[in-house]
Design a protein around this ligand. Structure first.
Ligand code: FDP
Length: 315
């Protein structure tokens, strides 16, 4: 049995970096306990105000942000926190070597129906400033609060998965996650079809045609609507996830956020042998222009992502 602490020591010599991951894991373990009884505490409703993205904010969004903030503020290795829930970056007093960008509670529209939600985070070197490409990440991970609480992590090497046990210990359950090259599952919000571009329409039409179409094989669709759950499934058994640019999201640049959703997920999926793109370029090469910037996101099994890229290349 390998614990998170043992894995971290084997993964990096940098004690400060290890401590940042430990802080995020501790914050997530605390959140897992809060989420487990949240319906009893009446915490799954609206908090009555909107967050920086103009979305209705749930009480648990606020709580999650506060928990992550408290854990990171107590860690001298962290200089700055970028959070989906905060308009501005929070600069801590110390000169820590790392910036953390986080979505403290992703998939929160699923909270009141007890469907998996999660915490996503990206760790960047402080020296690079707030706006760094995803390629500069030194660690990334997410926690999925589902039937089990799963922590997915990548530092230098393979993508590892841990489960939180009853004693509060993170136990390794997957040593090196591998996204299979080929897949028969796609994940996209098909209710948005009327807004899609030609590439997305072409790709999905081809997939739905199954063995009778040019793809020559049958597909199934899976869409939890909670990015952490959809990406965890892809890391475990393959698939493709698409939140492409469409006519409704074009003015905003996309739906999902670059720094704390697209970048960490792309880095994890690529670390597990998958592929990612905006349709125009690799997600990890996107030059950020703002901390809450949005981007189109297409990632998962390499063969399938290449099929989408081929559609975009047609222009
Ligand atoms: P949510 O708004 O519930 O936090 O991060 C945004 C996100 O969820 C993702 O987790 C999810 O993949 C996506 O939005 C769902 O979008 P739709 O509302 O279009 O289904």
């Amino acid at each position: 049995m390998t614990t998170l602490a043992q894995w971290l020591v084997a993964e990096t010599d940098d004690a400060a970096l290890r401590s940042v991951v430990v802080s995020m894991a501790a914050a997530s373990a605390e959140l897992a306990a809060v989420l487990r009884v949240a319906p009893i505490a009446g915490q799954t409703g609206l908090a009555g105000h909107t967050n920086v993205q103009g979305e209705a904010q749930k009480a648990l969004d606020v709580i999650s942000n506060d928990v992550v903030l408290r854990h990171l503020q107590a860690n001298d290795a962290v200089s700055v926190l970028i959070s989906e829930e905060l308009d501005d970056a929070v600069h801590f007093e110390n000169q820590g070597a790392f910036i953390v960008a986080t979505d403290p509670l992703d998939g929160s529209s699923n909270l009141d129906v007890n469907v998996t939600v999660g915490t996503i985070f990206s760790v960047l070197p402080s020296a690079g400033g707030l706006l760094q490409k995803g390629r500069e990440q030194v660690a990334a991970g997410f926690v999925a609060y589902g039937p089990a609480t799963s922590l997915v992590l990548r530092i230098a090497g393979d993508v590892s998965v841990f489960t939180l046990d009853g004693q509060g210990e993170w136990v390794q359950v997957v040593v090196a996650a591998k996204v299979p090259e080929a897949t028969g599952e796609f994940a996209i919000n098909t209710a948005r079809e009327r807004f899609w571009d030609a590439a997305t329409l072409g790709y999905v039409k081809e997939s739905v045609a199954g063995e009778t179409g040019p793809a020559g094989k049958r597909y199934n669709m899976r869409w939890v609507g909670s990015m952490v759950a959809d990406i965890l499934r892809i890391l475990m058994r393959g698939g493709i996830f698409l939140y492409p640019l469409d006519s409704e999201t074009v003015s905003k640049g996309g739906r999902l956020r670059l720094l704390y959703e697209a970048n960490p997920m792309a880095w994890l999926v690529e670390g597990a042998g998958g592929r990612s793109t905006t349709g125009q370029q690799e997600i990890l090469d996107v030059e950020p222009t703002g901390i809450h910037q949005r981007v189109p996101v297409i990632l998962g099994s390499a063969e399938e992502v290449r099929r989408v890229e081929a559609w975009y290349a047609k222009g």
